[in-house]
Design a protein around this ligand. Structure first.
Ligand SMILES: Nc1ncnc2c1ncn2[C@@H]1O[C@H](COP(=O)(O)OP(=O)(O)OP(=O)(O)O)[C@@H](O)[C@H]1O
Ligand SMILES: [Mg+2]
Length: 272
């Protein structure tokens, strides 16, 4: 187990916002266990100047889940993530660990446990892989601990370790994506936001990124994933929201969407 994940309790899959019943062993009575809500968004509207890009949406992510926000170009996916990180004007409520964070500054949200791997990867191109990772661990209490955590991640992603002194801008697209995700993880997020991590990657590399997401989930990381690749996203997700023109047009447990191909056709406008 990676030391960076010591603060992440590994949870069993508890479903999405659902109260599950388990048989009580001795008496045969059922007792109820409620999924632990990590992120709860209600009536979220997001604005870019005078333009309202997101029109009042509700999203919930429980601890240990991977929840996906799917949608075509311009649907409002990045706007939604920006509202969570605090980089855009928004109304409605955003709660992390049942505490409102919607009025907090970006840095304070980061301290509370919001981390993002942004759209287009956006690594610091002129810094080395290692220096990029040091920036991600800025909240770490000691340099020695941070160095140790980075080494732990290099075990997980050897290609980054091999390229630790290479300028990030010279990495391949897949390697940059890996770097952006690892940088976000070094802040020990309560919730990891991933904005289109497979965008622009060759199918084989994209499959590797989804393997990483699956692996992070198995380590207990809670993830809100933004994607256009419905088929791959459905396979790693517990729950799916579909965003169209700033509104949720459908949602459900991931297995309700089958192999995701119908969703994929819907998003790309292909009608079979
Ligand atoms: N900085 C901005 N200024 C003005 N309008 C913006 C800005 N950013 C986004 N928008 C608009 O808000 C809407 C939603 O954009 P957003 O980037 O959230 O979509 P998206 O679902 O992430 O799309 P994509 O899949 O292309 O990344 C779009 O109509 C877009 O033009
Ligand atoms: Mg986007």
């Amino acid at each position: 187990m990676l030391s960076c994940h010591k603060t992440y309790p590994k949870t069993s899959h508890l479903g999405h916002n659902i109260v599950y019943a388990f048989p009580e062993l001795k008496s045969g009575k059922a007792f109820l266990l409620k999924a632990i809500l990590m992120l709860e968004i209600k009536a979220l509207k997001v604005f870019h100047g005078q333009i309202e890009a997101v029109h009042g949406i509700d999203i919930a992510v429980s601890q240990g889940q991977c929840v996906t926000l799917l949608g075509p170009n311009g649907a409002g996916k990045t706007s939604t993530l920006s509202a969570i990180t605090g980089t855009v004007r928004a109304t409605g409520t955003i709660q992390l660990d049942r505490e409102p964070i919607g009025a907090l500054a970006v840095e304070e949200r980061c301290k509370r446990g919001v981390a993002i791997s942004p759209e287009g990867r956006r690594v610091f191109a002129n810094l080395s892989v290692y220096d990029n990772l040091l920036m991600g661990g800025a909240l770490c209490p000691s340099r020695a601990q941070l160095d140790k955590e980075i080494e732990d991640w290099f075990v997980q992603f050897p290609v980054l370790g091999e390229r630790r002194n290479q300028l990030a801008g010279t990495l391949s697209g897949g390697e940059q994506q890996m770097l952006a995700i690892t940088r976000a993880l070094l802040s020990h997020p309560r919730i990891l936001l991933l904005d289109e991590p497979s965008l622009g990657l060759a199918p084989q590399i994209s499959a590797k990124i989804f393997d990483i997401i699956r692996n992070l989930k198995s380590l207990g990381t809670t993830i809100l994933l933004v994607e256009q690749n419905a088929a791959a996203a459905v396979r790693v997700s517990d729950y799916v929201y579909v965003l169209n023109n700033g509104m949720i047009s459908s949602q459900g447990k991931a297995d309700q969407f089958g192999d995701g191909n119908d969703l994929m056709n819907e998003l790309t406008g292909v009608h079979t």
